[in-house]
Design a protein around this ligand. Structure first.
Ligand SMILES: CC(C)(COP(=O)(O)OP(=O)(O)OC[C@H]1O[C@@H](n2cnc3c(N)ncnc32)[C@H](O)[C@@H]1OP(=O)(O)O)[C@@H](O)C(=O)NCCC(=O)NCCS
Length: 143
């Protein structure tokens, strides 16, 4: 991966870019501006954006409540998928979660979302639940 990739905390100012990304990434639509405002103002949420050559190409949103962490959103610009940006974001999430002494992180993923399932499998998530169209995936972190 290029040295020009870096991850920073996301803020409300990233809304437009994330909104544009979500509209091409997710079939079920994008987070509303009100919801994103609530998320960015809520200290229980961690937003990260991945920049490549000063362009936002990926982002993630994690909900952290006490010792529980859940990835609620992760997405990468289709033009930049498959080059390690999703993995990069996950590694940054794991680092933050470990620093907070959290031992487990989970998420829900559609059963037919094979790129995402591959990403999670590669990064140590295991299936811990099966609910209609979704799998519940869990990773145990070493603190
Ligand atoms: C899932 C997603 C975040 C992965 O991001 P990414 O930057 O492409 O991930 P990486 O480059 O780190 O690749 C990780 C793995 O994903 C797989 N992958 C990535 N893009 C893929 C594609 N288009 N088709 C098939 N597999 C793909 C690769 O197999 C790779 O594993 P490998 O190295 O063993 O081959 C990205 O595909 C995406 O934004 N998808 C749409 C949004 C989404 O589904 N989010 C997850 C909701 S649970």
């Amino acid at each position: 991966m290029s040295d020009d990739v870096f991850i920073r905390d996301g803020t409300l100012y990233d809304w437009d870019t994330i909104h544009d990304l979500e509209s091409v990434i997710f079939d079920d639509g994008s987070i509303s501006k009100d919801m994103f405002t609530n998320i960015s103002n809520n200290p229980n949420h961690s937003i990260k954006v991945d920049e490549l050559d000063n362009r936002v190409v990926g982002y993630s949103i994690v909900l952290i409540i006490r010792l529980n962490a859940k990835i609620s959103r992760i997405g990468v610009d289709p033009c930049f998928q498959g080059i390690g940006i999703g993995t990069n974001l996950l590694e940054s999430i794991f680092q933050e979660v470990v620093e907070k002494k959290i031992k487990e992180i989970n998420l829900f993923c559609l059963k037919n979302n094979f790129p995402a399932l591959q990403l999670y499998k590669n990064n140590g998530f295991n299936i811990c639940g099966n609910n209609w169209r979704y799998l519940d995936l869990l990773k145990t972190l070493e603190n």
